[in-house]
Write a protein that binds this ligand. Structure first.
Ligand SMILES: [Zn+2]
Ligand SMILES: [Zn+2]
Length: 917
């Protein structure tokens, strides 16, 4: 659907779509922009729309009140409360309720749920106002530069369902927004301009009025009225008002500061400037002037900010260099304030910086911030900056304080990782400086992806002169949305009612009768009802029998359950026949226990490690289960046993597991978004599995009634499977008992082999290890004692070569290398003309040991010989000094040849080394 064609659809009928009662009342007239053709409404006659105006409010705010960020929210919330709106708390910035988004990107996203590829609106109060923090990473490079771009911002959502009780439509919406600007902020109606626009998304669309004051867009009221496309559309049953206004901008217009960052981060930036030693006030007049011009010209220079700055410098009568030197510290302070606030919200809400998924952009801005601090030599901790944000925002977002320690932990780990990788980064930068190759944007992206090198770092080290303007945008685009999950489809089934799911009605049913509705390709049977649990939510399917025929797989497609028949048989199965099904009880019970254990472990991990722990994915089958959690590092032994201990305490408490179905919005309100451990739920009704006082999750799986039924949860092993994700493999119930018993019998086997008992096996093992070391030491002493005589015999056995060297070669597959190393050393002491080569069988490999005496070394080096022989034995080469070198290979058939031809080999080595000289 084209935006332009929709816009012409609506603008061709302005009275119907855009005109609201306020316009008649106050005398707003519809006008046409002579520069871009946009239609807009204002009281005064104007030639152009506000997009072409400069920010004349900078240094001269049009309001009667001066409000900082938090006070703006206070005024706004009390205005809407007085006008019968419910204030609701912000939703998490990590968007757990939408599979297609990592982060909440707009206030309306709070109330959108996706069902069958379509967006549905669920608005918990009507009408409402929400101060929603939103994260967007498509403007990273503009942050700081433009005075108004952010990676996180607070979008005030004024939202209602127009057709539900309490709802209203466009007249009332614009009346309220105008009243807030005029009566609360004190902006004259003549200052306000409404611009006609459209909005569309996921099958719904509407017209909108953006409102501007002195060139600054303050808000956008969207009237979502239709679904379909511009040719074929119908009015929604529930029309939606979606007004979004940036709190940062509302505060900015009342303060008239040079940038919106000064208004938004006021106390944070001031404190930082104090610490760093920058005087903001003395530059205020200059910055105001600069940003006024910047705002006016920015749209013409979006792709070349440097050129824009050069032109502004000319206009101000200074050089580009002087301009850059003056504003750069302020731009950088703003970037740091913005990035740290974004990280604070994201980590507080459970997201981790990493190299994958949504964590990707968090690590980018974190490393960018650290690189900037380093580049300017500013000694401030990120954690301390976060504390400044928490302090500023405590009345608006008190929850930030609760997660303060968790955020600190994550920031410290990430900062540590960054500084430990810096050394490698410096050496890479150095080699790039010497080759003088200028990296392309794609090179830069590769360097960030593989080595974590930010362009800010390369700027700091002088490898590049400027950061390509599209670097962060390109990088962010690579990691903005989830990949869609592919579900294997057997065959599309139509015309059947949903299968009745008996396992939800009574979890104890193992035998049932059902009518065959259809057989697909002789392989899949569809029944009217079933007690077989189909694969889903990481839980493997039930097996069993239908009329004595084995069922080897059960899957669900939409609402239909398909039973895979082991032996395709048309005779015994015909449509409409009543059949008897039996579910394999042992398998179901084992899987069910593993599933309940997953929920217990998930909360045990979160309680033991930190609030950033979420289920990343899970898999439950009969003899094995695994849970992947989000966590920053590999688990230590102590952490593993703490999680296991905590989980088993929950088992021992024998807590009831209550399963109930709630309306989705009800479930979210009651239990928060923590319920979405297994991802978003694409249904109005949410099945809540509640382990009382321990864990609450939305889940469609089978569960035990009380935690005590699990008996035991045993973690088998853990592994960090990717950046930010740790896997726990475990078993519960009988499987856990079997595991412990099998470990026990292995231990018994070891104990018996050691001639010990299970109780004393560790002591026995330690003793044997110590004995072993002692024997080795004695052997070495023995070798030393006798090697003097042996050395003499080596010298005698050695053959004299054409070049005057004495050559000795031997092969052994019994005694081991300790002996031959000791002997070699003695032998060359004894005879300085000696070249000593020992080939020693060491398990699968033949070890090459070479010693070269003092005199012989003038002609040949041990390292060259070791390398040459290793290659002949099929190895990759050896290493060592002129005197002593080692190597090896696996080709035993070449041993004798090597020894016989040792002289020729040496001659070859000599020849080539002469050539090299
Ligand atoms: Zn215009
Ligand atoms: Zn579950």
């Amino acid at each position: 659907m084209e935006k332009q064609s929709l816009l012409s659809l609506f603008t061709s009928n302005p009275d119907k779509y855009y005109k609201v009662s306020l316009f008649d009342e106050k005398g707003f007239k519809r006008q046409n922009c002579k520069l871009c053709g946009n239609f807009f409404w204002s009281i005064n006659d104007k030639d152009s729309c506000p997009e072409h105006e400069n920010y004349s409010f900078i240094g001269d705010p049009p309001t009667t009140k001066r409000l900082d960020f938090v006070d703006t929210w206070k005024e706004l919330s009390s205005f809407f409360r007085k006008n019968h709106h419910e204030l609701i708390q912000r939703y998490p910035v990590v968007c757990r309720w939408r599979e297609d988004l990592y982060f909440t990107i707009a206030s309306i996203v709070d109330f959108q749920r996706v069902m069958n590829g379509k967006i549905v609106f669920e608005i918990p109060k009507n009408p409402l106002v929400v101060p929603q923090m939103c994260l967007r990473f498509n403007d990273i490079e503009n942050v700081g530069l433009t005075g108004r771009h952010y990676t996180s911002f607070c979008m005030i959502g004024q939202t209602c369902n127009a057709d539900a009780p309490g709802g209203y439509w466009k007249d009332r919406c614009i009346e309220l927004d105008h009243a807030f600007l005029k009566d609360v902020l004190g902006i004259q109606s003549e200052e306000i301009t409404f611009v006609e626009d459209v909005w569309m998304g996921a099958g719904a669309f509407g017209y909108s009025l953006e409102y501007y004051v002195r060139g600054l867009e303050l808000g956008n009221a969207v009237f979502t009225e239709f679904e379909g496309d511009e040719h074929n559309y119908r009015t929604l049953d529930n029309k939606i008002i979606d007004m979004g206004a940036g709190l940062e901008r509302l505060s900015w217009i009342t303060l008239g500061t040079p940038t919106s960052y000064d208004a938004t981060f006021g106390p944070v930036i001031r404190k930082l400037a104090d610490i760093i030693g920058i005087d903001i006030d003395s530059k205020s007049e200059f910055l105001s002037q600069y940003f006024r011009i910047f705002s006016e010209k920015y749209s013409n220079y979006q792709n070349d900010v440097r050129l824009l700055k050069t032109n502004i410098a000319k206009e101000l009568g200074i050089s580009y260099k002087v301009l850059e030197k003056t504003i750069l510290p302020f731009e950088t302070l703003s970037v740091i304030a913005d990035h740290t606030r974004t990280l604070l919200f994201a980590i507080s809400d459970g997201s981790l910086p990493s190299n994958v998924g949504g964590g990707y952009n968090l690590r980018i801005i974190l490393r960018r911030t650290l690189a900037l601090l380093a580049r300017f030599g500013w000694r401030v901790n990120l954690e301390d900056i976060m504390d400044l944000h928490i302090e500023q925002l405590k009345s608006m977002y008190p929850e930030l304080k609760e997660h303060r320690n968790d955020v600190r932990t994550i920031i410290q780990i990430e900062s540590g990782r960054y500084s430990s990788s810096k050394e490698r980064m410096y050496s890479l930068a150095k080699s790039m400086l010497t080759t003088k190759k200028i990296p392309s944007v794609n090179d830069l992206i590769r360097m960030y992806e593989s080595d974590g090198i930010t362009p800010d770092f390369l700027l700091e080290t002088g490898v590049i002169e400027k950061i390509p303007p599209d670097f962060y945008l390109k990088l962010a685009e690579l990691h903005t949305t989830h990949e869609s999950k592919q579900v294997p489809v057997v065959e599309t089934v139509t015309g059947l009612k949903p299968t009745r799911l008996l396992f939800y009605e009574d979890g104890s049913i193992r035998e049932f009768d059902a009518r065959i509705l259809r057989i697909l390709g002789g392989k899949y049977m569809i029944l009217d009802q079933t007690a077989f649990y189909p694969r889903g939510g990481g839980q493997e399917p039930d097996f069993g029998y239908i009329e004595g025929i084995k069922i080897t797989d059960v899957i669900k497609q939409n609402d239909i359950v398909l039973h895979k028949i082991d032996v395709p048989s048309k005779d015994s199965f015909s449509e409409d026949k009543i059949v008897h099904g039996i579910v394999d009880n042992k398998r179901r019970v084992a899987i069910t226990k593993n599933h309940s254990a997953t929920h217990i472990l998930n909360s045990a991990a979160r309680n033991s490690l930190g609030s950033w722990v979420w289920q990343n994915s899970a898999f439950k089958e009969e003899h094995y289960a695994r849970l992947d959690i989000t966590h920053h590092s590999a688990l230590t032994r102590e952490e593993i046993s703490k999680i296991e201990r905590t989980a088993n305490e929950v088992v021992q408490k024998n807590l009831p597991i209550i399963i109930k179905v709630f309306e989705r919005s009800d479930a979210e309100e009651r239990y928060t978004f923590r319920i979405y451990q297994g991802g978003a739920v694409p249904s109005n009704n949410v099945r809540i599995v509640n382990i009382e006082e321990w864990d609450v999750e939305a889940c469609g799986g089978t569960h035990v009634n009380k935690t005590g039924e699990l008996g035991l949860i045993k973690i088998l092993r853990t592994e960090r499977i990717q950046d930010g994700v740790v896997r726990l493999e475990f078993v519960a119930g009988n499987n856990a008992l079997q595991y412990v018993q099998s470990q026990d019998s292995r231990l018994l086997h070891i104990a018996q082999s050691l001639g010990s008992s299970k109780e004393k096996v560790v002591e026995s093992f330690d003793k044997i290890t110590a004995d072993n070391e002692l024997i080795k030491r004695k052997f070495r002493i023995l070798v030393n004692k006798f090697s003097d005589n042996m050395a003499e015999s080596v010298s005698q056995k050695a053959t004299k070569s054409r070049s005057g060297l004495k050559i000795y070669g031997t092969y052994d597959d019994e005694i081991g290398d300790d002996y031959y190393i000791a002997l070699g050393e003695k032998s060359i002491d004894n005879n300085p003309f000696l070249v000593y080569v020992a080939l020693v069988q060491d398990q699968e490999r033949i070890k090459v040991i070479v010693f070269v005496g003092d005199e012989a070394r003038k002609i040949v080096k041990a390292s060259t010989i070791a390398k040459e022989i290793s290659l002949k034995l099929g190895g990759t080469g050896g290493g060592g000094t002129e005197k002593f070198a080692q190597g090896g290979g696996k080709d035993k058939s070449k041993v004798q040849g090597c020894l016989i031809n040792l002289e020729n080999l040496l001659t070859g080595v000599l020849d080539s080394s002469e050539k090299n000289d």
